[in-house]
Design a protein around this ligand. Structure first.
Ligand code: PXP
Length: 286
């Protein structure tokens, strides 16, 4: 079963919109961790539109679960990742004008640029993932480059599935539980995109890569992706942060865990509990 990584960039987007120090993406990450998220994902963009440099160290110091840093394959970001040492980095393409990461990385076309970056990150003990479109030739290129993971871009599937679902939202069926029960009926184009993702996951596993998936996934469209065997991590941001505004981060994460099927992450919770217990015992002794 895939495990859930929560992307907290959009908490920082809201903070930056006012130029103040709240809401705090690290506080949101801690709430997601307490609710059972297995990973926290963040993207320090070159234009610093959401996550800021000062967030990185706090995330590294305070988060106990798997830390996944998205970054553009440029020297500045690679140096920062080498200092921060997250568990995993996901190399993504970055265009200044885009609202969010649009397409996958061209692992094949960028081979010469990516090879030395991947080698440095791996030498530092950081797991390397490449965010790619669901295409065999990109999976093969990622494997040839020595990546550990690929994150399969689910954006095209998600956009189509959202169109299939629009009528249900418009008629007010907005509870994730109800959406699950109603069973998403995929249109032909959506089913074809889902097939591409399934094939890419299968090809990645056959090539010895660990497949992740993400982008555009939400409470309505996640189930068919979560049902694909062999996906390691589902990285989901916008939908969870948006839902958290209505119901709080804890419930937003719990609802997604229920739909994504991976269940709560137990080991980090034990570490969080033991850290709290040792804090309590220090206080008792003092
Ligand atoms: N995976 C990657 C590589 C991304 O760039 C993003 C967006 O930052 C996500 C997953 C999460 O996408 P969303 O916010 O649409 O869930």
């Amino acid at each position: 079963m895939a495990r859930l990584g929560v992307n907290i960039d959009h908490v920082a987007t809201l903070r930056q919109a006012r130029g103040v120090d709240y809401p705090d993406p690290v506080e949101a990450a801690l709430a997601a961790e307490r609710a059972g998220a297995g990973a926290i994902t963040f993207h320090l963009r070159e234009d610093r539109r959401h996550i800021q440099d000062h967030d990185l160290l706090r995330l590294r110091q305070q988060i106990h679960v798997h830390l996944n840093q998205e970054l553009a394959p440029i020297d500045e970001m690679v140096e920062l990742a080498l200092k921060l040492r997250p568990h995993e980095v996901c190399l993504v393409p970055e265009r200044r004008q885009e609202v969010t990461t649009e397409g996958g990385l061209d692992a094949r076309g960028l081979n010469a640029r990516l090879a030395p970056i991947i080698a440095r990150l791996k030498d530092a003990g950081i797991g390397v993932s490449l965010f790619i479109d669901p295409m065999d030739r990109q999976v093969e290129a990622a494997a040839a480059l020595g990546a550990d993971f690929v994150e399969i871009h689910t954006g095209a599937y998600a956009n189509l599935a959202d169109k299939d679902l629009a009528e249900r939202y418009l008629t007010g069926v907005d509870s994730p539980r109800v959406l699950k029960a109603a069973r998403l009926k995929l249109g032909e184009a959506t089913a074809a995109e889902l097939c591409k993702i399934r094939d890419a996951v299968r090809a990645a596993r056959a090539a010895g890569l660990k497949p992740n998936a993400g982008h555009g996934l939400n409470y309505g469209n996640v189930a068919p992706i979560a049902a694909i065997a062999g996906i390691q991590w589902l990285h989901i941001g916008h939908a969870i942060v948006a839902r958290a505004i209505a119901v709080g981060m804890g419930r937003a994460v719990s609802e997604m865990l229920e739909l994504a099927g991976g269940g709560r992450s137990a080991a980090p919770r034990a570490r969080v509990a033991s850290a709290a217990a040792s804090r309590r015992s220090r206080m008792t002794r003092a």
